[in-house]
Every structure is written in C-alpha cells, then in structure tokens.
Design a protein around this ligand. Structure first.
Ligand SMILES: C[S@@+](CC[C@H](N)C(=O)[O-])C[C@H]1O[C@@H](n2cnc3c(N)ncnc32)[C@H](O)[C@@H]1O
Length: 216
C-alpha cells in the first residue's frame, strides 16, 4: 500500500514538472532586439543572390563616389567611435563602410540596391581585409532597398543620395531612428529640417556641403 502511494506521488510530481516546463518554454518571449557592442556579431541581414545583375527597381540616386577627403570629414563630423554601428544607405563601392571600420574602428554595414556594386564592394572589402585583417568581422554589405532596411540598431547613418530621396529618408526613416543617432549627408540636406552642423569642404577647387543631424 505504501509502495503504491509512493508510486502515485512520484507520477504526479513528474507530470506537474512536465506541464510546468511546457508552459514556461512555450511562453518564452522572443529575444529583444540586440544592441550592438564590440563582442556581438553584426546583425544578420539578407544578402545578395549571386545570379542577379539588375537592381530590383530604379535606384533613388545614381552611382557617384564621395571623395575620400569628404568621407573622412563625414565620419569625423559624426564622431564615429569603435562602439558605433554605421549604415551607409546606398553604399556604392563601399568606401564609407570600409573607412568607418579601418580608420574609425566602428562596425559598418553598406546597403546597396545594385548587385554589381555589391560585388564591387566585396572586392574592395577583400583588399581592405588584406591590409587590415581585424576589420573582417566589422564590415558587411547587403543588397537591399534602403527604404526596406531595419535601421533600429544604427548609431550613425551616412547618405549621398539626391534631394528627393533625402526627403523620403526624412519622412520614412528619420522617425524610426533611435534618439542620439547621427545622420550625415554629403551635398544634400533634408529640406527645411535644420541641421545640427554644416561644413563646407573644398575638393579640386570646388566647394561641397556636408550636413549633420542628431536625432532627438
Ligand atoms: C551617389 S551614390 C553614393 C555611393 C557611396 N555612398 C559613396 O558615398 O561613395 C548613391 C548610391 O545609392 C544607391 N541607391 C540608390 N537608391 C537606392 C536604394 N533605394 N536602396 C539602396 N541603394 C540605393 C545607388 O545604387 C548608388 O550606389
């Protein structure tokens, strides 16, 4: 009789434990959006299909390169540091992303709609890694429409687009950025949104504008 009672007691405790585990694991909330620091890998984002050659739609700006002096000035104005995650929206050949990692020790992600330019960035990335191997885990290029990119982790955004595209960035992207994010734009502003800082840079005798906004 005592044995039967002990058997029923053990069976009841085991069943209750199983039910409790099941409840706990099935109700576990999804992990919060990771904040970036030096020990964490770059966020996983969709990458390029090697067979695609054409952008999925007409790009919002043509491919032009920010001169290297202006790239450095932009990153200095944004006060990029090693704990930053920089996104270059429309990253072209990847020069801003590579400079952010090589010269400013930040993590950086290039978002580019044109698959040929993503391949070009990959080549630039390889030669940059050959010079400075430590940047390997800190840079990444993603073939994606910048207007569909999740930028919640960004601490710095760089832009060289066109006035109309900048206005779209202003209305669709700026409201989603976290407070304190620095946004730097080469040549074009955000219409009547006053920047926190404006710099002029002379390159080959021509003046160029760089604007900085700090999201509040
Ligand atoms: C003027 S270039 C700037 C390149 C680079 N950021 C630099 O400063 O040297 C603009 C880039 O944005 C890309 N682009 C245009 N619209 C885009 C979009 N919707 N999503 C992602 N990239 C886009 C173009 O393909 C082009 O490479």
């Amino acid at each position: 009789m005592a044995n039967l009672f002990r058997f029923i007691l053990i069976a009841a405790i085991s069943s209750l434990t199983l039910v409790a585990c099941n409840f706990l694991f099935s109700n576990n909330p999804s992990p919060p959006n990771q904040s970036l620091n030096d020990s964490k890998p770059l966020p996983v984002v969709q990458n390029v299909d090697p067979k695609t050659t054409e952008p999925e739609r007409i790009p919002d700006a043509p491919y032009l390169q920010t001169p290297n002096e202006a790239v450095v000035k932009m990153l200095e104005m944004a006060q990029v540091r090693s704990n930053d995650l920089v996104y270059d929206l429309g990253s072209g050949d990847g020069r801003i992303v590579i400079a952010a990692a090589q010269k400013f020790k930040a993590k950086a992600i290039g978002i580019e709609i044109d698959p040929e330019l993503i391949r070009e960035s990959a080549r630039e990335e390889e030669s940059a890694i050959a010079q400075t191997p430590d940047i390997r885990d800190r840079i990444k290029f993603v073939k994606q429409d910048l207007f569909k990119t999740d930028l919640r982790d960004a601490t710095v955004i760089t832009l060289y687009l066109l006035p109309q595209a900048n206005l779209r960035v202003r209305s669709e992207i700026l409201p989603k950025l976290k407070s304190g994010t620095r946004v730097v734009s080469y040549e074009y502003d955000f219409g009547d949104l006053p920047p926190n800082r404006i710099e002029k840079i002379k390159i080959d005798g021509q003046e160029h504008m760089i604007y900085l906004w700090i999201i509040s």
